[in-house]
Design a protein around this ligand. Sequence first.
Ligand code: AMP
Ligand code: MG
Length: 414
Amino acid sequence: MLVKPPLLSVAEATKFLAKSAVPLTDIEIVPTLEANGRVLAAPQVSQINVPGMDNSQMDGYAVRAAECAGGETRLRVSQRIPAGHVGTALEPGTAARIFTGAMVPEGADAIVMQEACELTKDADGDHVIVRHVPQAGEWIRTIGEDIRSASTILPSGVRLRPQELGLAASVGLATLPVVRKLRAAVFFTGDELTMPGEALKPGAIYNSNRFLLRGLLENLGCEVKDFGIVPDQLQATRDTLRAAAASHDLIITSGGVSVGEEDHVKPAVEAEGRLNMWQIAMKPGKPLAFGEINRNGDASGKAFFIGLPGNPVSTFVTFLIFVRPFLLRLQGVENVVPRVLAMRADFNWPKADRRQEFLRARFNDQGGLDLFPHQGSGVLTSTVWGDGLIDNAPGKTIAEGDLVRFIPFDHLLN
Ligand code: AMP
Ligand code: MG
């Protein structure tokens, strides 16, 4: 009797990959303007307070609050302070015309917005009638209220988004230390694969995974080298693996990781390095190969290898679940776990699977989730229709109204 090997759980495979990912140590100093999407290699500390001085949050008048405490108050306008200019100390009994972002003059302790004031051009100079009783501190942004000098503004291991770049710029950081980009190589196995633009011969299909994988890797900040379609032959597969390992950190392939006669990835990786062949308890995407390819001439050097299944939805989902956290870890990212939402299922899923399922679903206007009707591992339409994946535990059915774990693609693709 043939005994099936036990399936590896998604959690076990994830743990194994996390343990194996050795973060890159090469650091580059890049202009902050060009650091979008990069991973910060060292914590950043502010040398300044932000704001650097007490400044006005409104266009209006800077006053002494105590002088306006009695209700409507008439004050002489003694100076005008636009943003970027420095006024003089506020004389008692006067107000300063002031604009948003301008430094509050010494002596003033509140801003009254211009809508609560009336300017009068009198014979003895400009005056303002203040019709609001301000509190001390009103409409003043105080020095250091956003960032205190010597505080850490960004920890190491964050992926820099536009808001992190804005924060770094707000404390004057012109350059940032980042981890060098991960060099990823991809190739695709299968004699049936044809490139869009070429005629489709009988039995052939287009190489959709090429577009999927390149886009996924680019989104996650990798430099991608594409070795294209490799014929289903042992020697060709070995040659490509060796060439890719020479100058890349990670090699990713699609197809050929089942154990059929036409699946040459396994023996090729074993000949060029080391391999773990996994059958993972997940759907879509059961076979997954993880290993290392030796680099020529350097016994210690190696490139990581991950072989994804060929069915496009399996390729996509296994990438998101396994490759994404792995390559983020290699790039030194600290937080690689995607945010999961608890969402209401507006559908029934009565047939439990013994494997962990990743169902394509999308938000509906009622605040719940609809399921794509065809969950086949070749049905790429489901990934375009969907907004994300329901992470459904092994053996679990879903009834309308149940809460499910939903991972939006937005949390996985970047
Ligand atoms: P394999 O893992 O090589 O046995 O392939 C499983 C299925 O995925 C087969 O139907 C292949 O034709 C299909 N497939 C393999 N590679 C690709 C690819 N690059 N693009 C689209 N489909 C593929
Ligand atoms: Mg194949």
